[in-house]
Design a binder for this molecule. Structure first.
Ligand code: CP
Length: 305
C-alpha cells in the first residue's frame, strides 16, 4: 500500500506487524537508511506530539527532515496542497507526513507517488495515534481480545475516536462510548453508548478525549467545572475503576476538564507512555512506507496510480 491514510485500509496482519516492529524499536532495534533520504512534515494545524515525534522518529532512522513551515511557504501565495506535495516530490523528498483541517484532504493526493502518512485529517482519522494507543494497550494486556475500551467525551469531533473504535473492534476489543448527547456520533457504528459511570466501571481502558474547541463552536451550556463533574474522570470516579484498568488520553489534556489534573500522572495513567510509544510506532510506519516505495520503484511501479 502506497499511503497510510486510515487504519481501515490495513489488514489486521499489517497492523500487528507495525506493532511488532514498533516494539522491536522500543527494545533498541536499529535500522537506518543507507543513503541521504529526505522526508517532510506538513502541519496545517497545530501539533506538539505528532509533529515532534515524527521528527524524532525520522532522525532515529537516519532520515533528514526538510523544514517546512506552512506560514512561510508558498501555501500563503495560494499554492494548492497537491502542488505543494508534488513540488516536494520533485525536489527529492521521499515521504510526507500531513496534518490538515479538512476531512479526507488526501483524496486530492492519490496520484502522488511518494508515501503520504496522515497525521490527522479534520474530524476524520488519526492512524498513528491509534497505533500508539494500540501499542500501549498491548503492552499492558498482551491482547485486544475481550478488552473493554471506553472512549469518553467529544466523540463526534474526534478523529482519535473514529480511528480507534474501528480498529479496536476488528481486533476483538469491545468499545463503549460515553458522551454528552450533543457530541454523540451516530455515524460511528463501532461502539455502544452507555452512561459515564457504567463506562468507567466496565472498562479495562478508560480513554478520555480532548474537547475539540477549535473544530466546532458548539457549546453545551456547561462551565468547565460542570463538564468535569458531569462528564469528566474525577478522582472519585477513578477510584471506581477496575483493579487493572488504565487511563489513556491522546493529549493535550485540558486539566480538570476531561480529567482531574492529579490523575494525569497517576499510577494507572499511560499518557506519557503513549507519547513515548508514538516515536516507535512512527519509526515503524516511516520504515514501512519507505520500503514499500523502494519496492515500487524497483518493480517499475513508480507511476502506479
Ligand atoms: N495527540 C496529538 O495528536 O497531539 P498533537 O496535536 O500535539 O500532535
Amino acid at each position: 500500500m502506497k499511503h497510510l491514510l486510515t487504519l481501515s485500509q490495513l489488514s489486521l496482519d499489517e497492523v500487528l506487524l507495525i506493532l511488532e516492529e514498533a516494539s522491536e524499536f522500543a527494545k533498541g532495534k536499529q535500522w537506518k537508511v543507507s543513503e541521504p533520504t529526505f522526508v517532510a512534515n506538513l502541519f496545517f494545524e497545530p501539533s506538539t506530539r505528532t509533529k515532534c515525534s515524527f521528527e524524532v522518529a525520522a532522525r532515529k532512522l537516519g532520515l533528514q527532515p526538510v523544514p517546512f513551515d506552512v506560514q512561510t511557504s508558498s501555501v500563503q501565495k495560494g499554492e494548492t496542497l497537491y502542488d505543494t506535495v508534488r513540488t516536494l516530490e520533485a525536489i527529492g523528498v521521499r515521504a510526507v507526513v500531513i496534518r490538515h483541517p479538512h476531512d479526507r484532504y488526501f483524496d486530492s493526493l492519490q496520484s502522488i507517488s511518494i508515501p503520504i502518512i496522515n497525521a490527522g485529517d479534520g474530524c476524520g482519522h488519526h492512524p498513528t495515534q491509534s497505533l500508539l494507543d494500540l501499542m500501549t494497550i498491548q503492552q499492558h494486556f498482551g491482547t485486544f481480545q475481550h478488552v473493554t475500551v471506553a472512549i469518553i467525551g467529544d466523540i463526534r469531533h474526534s478523529r482519535v475516536a473514529r480511528s480507534n473504535a474501528e480498529i479496536l473492534t476488528r481486533l476483538g476489543a469491545t468499545v463503549l462510548f460515553s458522551s454528552p448527547d450533543e457530541w454523540k456520533d451516530e455515524t460511528n457504528p463501532y461502539g455502544t453508548y452507555v452512561d459515564l459511570d457504567s463506562a468507567i466501571r466496565e472498562a479495562d481502558v478508560v480513554m478520555l478525549l480532548r474537547i475539540q474547541h477549535e473544530r466546532h463552536g458548539e457549546k453545551i451550556g456547561l462551565t468547565k467545572e460542570q463538564y468535569h463533574q458531569q462528564y469528566g474522570l474525577t478522582v472519585e470516579r477513578a477510584s471506581r475503576m477496575k483493579a487493572r484498568s488504565i487511563i489513556l488520553h491522546p493529549a493535550p489534556v485540558n486539566r480538570d476538564v476531561e480529567m482531574a489534573s492529579s490523575l494525569v500522572e497517576c499510577e494507572r495513567s499511560r499518557i506519557f507512555k503513549q507519547m513515548e510509544n508514538g516515536v516507535y510506532v512512527r519509526m515503524a510506519v516511516l520504515k514501512r512506507a519507505l520500503e514499500s516505495y523502494e519496492r515500487r520503484m524497483q518493480n517499475g511501479y513508480y507511476f502506479e496510480k
